[in-house]
Ligand binder design. Structure first.
Ligand code: ADP
Ligand code: MG
Length: 315
């Protein structure tokens, strides 16, 4: 199952101008891991609200088999086997550089836009090979939206930020209604309804991130991928994003990368812990260590590497 399904350099160039919403702003350095680590019991308390088997009754939305992602031949994350279930929040946690962002990008083919990136193995989305030759990457990114670490509104009005993807994808009927619905879904409507013509850049950081979430939701995705969506925000804005994630899972499947274990414990039904493996030759690559109900992962992890991480003894 590990045949290369999109060899390096074969990305059709027609993918490029599809969706400016997919342009990732420059990465921020990750804060240190250990500073956020808390004793497992405390995380366990936070996670305790999450059922022992949250996946029951939730069909699979992604199935990954033997997935490797490499950059210019250097493997960043390898041999990932996992299932993601719909209408749940799945958190990806793990130290900086273990490949969380890389794996997330492989779930909506954003790696296609990175020169030298190659995904191998099998990624199935709702039973279909996401990298199949007949699959349209633009449509993939419509159905599987992305929210980045740093809010990246366009220098356009609040209204046009949300309408952007709708126009791009030809979803132009009832535009006002769709924009309002997306802003309501993103819990931003009440704050902006009287100034829809103001620039998206005039909003606070937390509002900008909710605007980016509204922009992602407007095109009616099935899955929302969030890469550390609150890490650049203050605590109050962070809480509003967390509340929003909790509400959104009724309608969407959500995968959230977070550096903050407290956040994973608060919002995620299922958590996947990734680590960096150092081979004998010194090469480093990310691996999935374990995945399970959030409460189990924080209270009774199966792997000593997970335990070391969640109890702050990492590194
Ligand atoms: P995380 O999100 O867990 O911090 P990343 O997915 O960003 O990890 O990175 C995993 C590895 O892949 C790191 O070694 C990083 O340097 C490398 N990497 C990430 N993005 C790129 C890229 N665009 N080009 C080359 N290497 C990359
Ligand atoms: Mg990252």
């Amino acid at each position: 199952m590990s045949e290369t399904i999109r060899p390096e350099g074969t990305t059709p160039m027609t993918d490029q101008p599809d969706d400016a919403t997919s342009v990732e702003p420059p990465d921020q350095p990750d804060p240190p891991d250990v500073a956020e680590a808390r004793p497992a019991t405390q995380l366990g308390d936070l996670a305790a609200g999450h059922d022992d088997d949250p996946t029951v009754g939730h069909p699979t939305v992604f199935e990954l088999e033997n997935v490797d992602v490499a950059y210019s031949g250097k493997v960043a994350i390898r041999d990932v086997n996992m299932e993601i279930h719909c209408n749940l929040v799945t958190a990806f946690i793990g130290p900086s550089g273990c490949g969380k962002t890389t794996l997330l990008r492989s779930l909506n083919r954003l790696n296609d836009l990175i020169p030298g990136a190659a995904v191998s193995g099998s990624v199935r989305y709702r039973g279909e090979d996401l990298y199949g030759s007949d699959v349209d990457a633009v449509e993939v990114r419509r159905r599987i939206g992305m929210v980045f670490q740093r809010p990246n509104p366009f220098p356009k009005s609040i209204y046009d930020n949300v309408a952007y993807g709708l126009r791009l994808h030809g979803m132009k009927d009832n535009l006002d209604e769709r924009v309002e619905r997306a802003l309501r879904h993103a819990a931003l409507w009440d704050e902006v309804k009287d100034r829809l013509k103001a620039s998206g850049l005039s909003l606070s950081g937390g509002q900008q991130q909710r605007l980016c979430i509204a922009r992602a939701l407007a095109i009616e995705p099935d899955v929302v991928l969030m890469d550390e969506p609150a890490s650049a925000l203050d605590p109050i804005s962070t809480q509003s994003i967390e509340d929003l994630v909790e509400q959104l899972k009724a309608e969407y499947s959500i995968i959230i990368v977070t550096h903050n274990m407290q956040q994973a414990a608060r919002v995620a039904d299922v958590t996947a812990f990734f680590s960096v493996d150092v081979a004998e030759d010194g090469s480093r690559s990310g691996v999935l260590v374990e995945q399970g109900p959030t409460s189990k992962l924080f209270i009774r992890p199966s792997d000593p590497r997970t335990e070391a991480y969640v109890t702050g003894r990492f590194g």
